[in-house]
Design a protein around this ligand. Structure first.
Ligand SMILES: *Cc1c(COP(=O)(O)O)cnc(C)c1O
Length: 463
C-alpha cells in the first residue's frame, strides 16, 4: 500500500484512547501514561511507514505495540528478581543480598527519627561516622574509618584530599578499568592528581617506585586488580614492601582494595586474597566496597590512619558523598556479624553462597527439579557447571555448581526473555543454546515463586 494511504488510515490518539483496549490499559496504569505511549507508538509507526519499513498495518498491530510498551514499562520498575545466573555478586542485579539483621536494622530506623548526627552522650550535634568508624577499627585494626556512597566515591575522596596537584605513583600493571568506565588513570587526573606511571604491564620493581620519587611526589597508590589476573611472568611489590619505601620517604601509601575481604577464605579453596586487616597493617588508607565480598549494602569504606581520616572529614566533597541512615544501619549490622567469625559465613548470604558445599547445591537442584516436574509442563534435567563470584572478585575462581537445564517448546532466546518478563522475573543463563538455572545463586525461599513464574511462562508459550 502507498505510504500516504496508510498514514491516512491511522487512528488519532483520541480514537485509540477511547477504544475498549485502552480502558483496560488505563485500569492497569494511568491515563497520562497510556496517552504518552499511544503518542509514541503512532509517531514510531508513521516514521516506519515513511521509511518504507511498514507497508501493511492490520487491526491489532497498534494495540500490540502499545501493550509491548506497557509491559516494558511494568518490568522496568525497580523490583526483586531471581538471580539464576550463578554470578553471586552480580553488579547488574544489585550485588549483595543483605543479611537478615541488616534488613531489620534498616526497618528499625527507616520510619523513625534517629541519632544519626546527634551525640546523646553530650546532648549535642555529633559525628555521623564516629560509631561506624569505631566498629571498622575494632574489626580491622585501623585507627579510624569513614563511610561514603560507594568505593568509587571513596577512591575519589581519598585522591582529591591527599594528592591534589601532587604526583601520584602507580604501577602500569594497576592502571585498570573497573567497569562502567571507572578508569584509574582518569580518576587520578580528574581529582587533580598528576599520574606518575612506573614499571611495565607485567613487571614493576620496588626500584621503579623509588626512582620515581621526587619533591613533587604526593604518595603511592596501589590498586587491587581484583577483576582480572595477570598470570605467568609477572611481579609487583606487595603492600609491605611499598610501606617500607613510603616510610623511608615519609609518603602516604593508599590502597584501593575493591572487594574488601574481612575473613580469610583460604580453607574454601579460594586463592589467597589479602584481608582488609592485613592491608590496613601496611597501608595508610585502604578503600573497599560494602556490597562486594563484605556482603553488605552499597557503600565505600575508607579505613586507616586517623590523621588522614581527619583530613578527609574536612573535605567539602564528603557532604556530597555521604551515606544516609539506612545504608549506615545496614552496614553496621553487617559489620557486627563479623565479631563472630564462626557464624559469619552462614549469616552473610554472599559468603554462604560462595562457600556452599557442592553437595548442598545438588540437594537444592534436586528439590527444584522435582517441583518443576511435578507442578509445571517444563522438562528439567540436572547438569554440572561452574558459578562465578562476580563483582570483580576472584576472577579466576570457578565454583562447582549444579544447574537445571530447562526445556520447553520455545527457542532458548525466547524462553530466556519470557522468564525475564514473568511475574517474578528469573534471570537465567544461556549456554550452548540451552537455558540454565544455576542453583548456587538461587535461594530456596524463591522456589515457590519460580514455579509460579514458570507456569506464567508456559501459558505465554502455548498462547
Ligand atoms: C569494584 C571496585 C571499585 C568500585 O567500587 P564500587 O563500590 O563499585 O564503587 C573500585 N576499585 C576496585 C579495585 C574495585 O574492585
Amino acid at each position: 500500500m502507498e505510504a500516504s494511504k496508510i498514514l491516512r488510515q491511522l487512528p488519532s490518539v483520541n480514537e485509540m484512547l477511547n477504544s475498549s483496549d485502552a480502558k483496560r490499559w488505563i485500569k492497569n496504569s494511568t491515563q497520562p501514561v497510556v496517552k504518552k505511549i499511544i503518542d509514541d507508538v503512532l509517531d514510531e509507526t508513521r516514521q516506519q511507514v515513511l521509511e518504507g519499513k511498514l507497508d501493511d498495518i492490520n487491526d491489532d498491530y497498534l494495540s500490540k505495540q502499545v501493550e509491548k510498551k506497557l509491559a516494558d514499562r511494568r518490568v522496568r520498575r525497580l523490583q526483586p528478581v531471581i538471580n539464576a545466573t550463578g554470578v553471586i555478586l552480580h553488579t547488574n542485579l544489585g550485588r549483595a543480598k543483605l543479611p537478615d539483621s541488616a534488613v531489620k536494622a534498616i526497618e528499625s530506623v527507616a520510619n523513625h527519627a534517629t541519632n544519626l548526627e546527634y551525640d546523646i552522650t553530650i546532648g549535642q550535634r555529633g559525628d555521623r561516622y564516629k560509631y561506624v568508624g569505631q566498629l571498622v577499627s575494632e574489626l580491622t585494626g585501623a585507627e579510624d574509618a569513614i563511610v561514603v556512597n560507594n568505593n568509587a566515591a571513596a577512591v575519589m575522596l581519598v585522591l582529591s584530599t591527599l594528592f591534589n596537584q601532587k604526583e601520584l605513583i602507580i604501577s602500569r600493571g594497576q592502571l585498570v578499568e573497573i567497569g562502567g568506565s571507572f578508569r584509574i588513570p582518569d580518576i587520578i587526573t580528574s581529582t587533580g592528581g598528576i599520574l606518575k606511571e612506573v614499571g611495565t604491564t607485567n613487571k614493576t620493581h620496588i626500584k621503579d617506585y623509588e626512582n620515581a620519587i621526587n619533591e613533587e611526589t604526593g604518595g603511592i597508590l596501589r590498586v587491587h586488580t581484583s577483576n582480572y589476573k595477570l598470570i605467568g611472568f609477572s611481579e609487583t611489590p606487595d603492600s609491605k614492601e611499598l610501606a617500607q619505601l613510603c616510610t623511608k620517604y615519609h609518603l602516604p601509601l593508599v590502597n584501593d582494595l575493591g572487594s574488601g575481604l574481612m575473613l580469610n577464605l583460604d580453607q574454601y579453596g579460594f586463592g589467597h586474597e589479602p584481608t582488609i586487616r592485613e592491608e590496613v597493617e601496611s597501608c595508610d588508607l585502604v578503600m573497599f566496597s560494602g556490597d562486594k565480598l563484605l556482603g553488605g549494602p552499597q557503600a565505600g569504606i575508607i579505613a586507616g590512619k586517623k590523621k588522614y581520616i581527619d583530613r578527609i572529614k574536612h573535605n567539602q566533597l564528603l557532604r556530597a558523598l555521604r551515606v544516609d541512615k539506612m545504608t549506615l544501619s545496614a552496614l553496621i549490622a553487617t559489620l557486627k556479624i563479623y565479631r563472630d567469625p564462626e557464624h559469619a559465613i552462614e549469616k552473610i548470604p554472599v559468603l554462604r553462597e560462595l562457600t556452599m558445599d557442592k553437595g548442598v547445591v545438588l540437594e537444592k537442584a534436586t528439590k527444584l527439579q522435582k517441583l518443576i516436574l511435578d507442578k509445571t509442563d517444563f522438562q528439567a534435567t540436572i547438569a554440572e557447571g561452574t558459578s562465578m563470584v562476580g563483582g570483580g572478585s576472584f576472577p579466576d575462581v570457578q565454583l562447582p555448581t549444579y544447574l537445571i537445564d530447562l526445556k520447553a517448546s520455545a527457542s532458548e532466546t525466547k524462553l530466556n526473555r519470557l522468564l525475564e518478563y514473568a511475574k517474578y522475573p528469573i534471570i537465567s543463563r544461556i549456554n550452548h543454546g540451552q537455558v540454565f538455572l544455576d542453583l548456587r545463586s538461587i535461594d530456596e525461599s524463591d522456589f515457590e515463586k519460580i514455579i509460579i513464574s514458570l507456569n506464567d511462562v508456559a501459558k505465554k508459550i502455548n498462547k
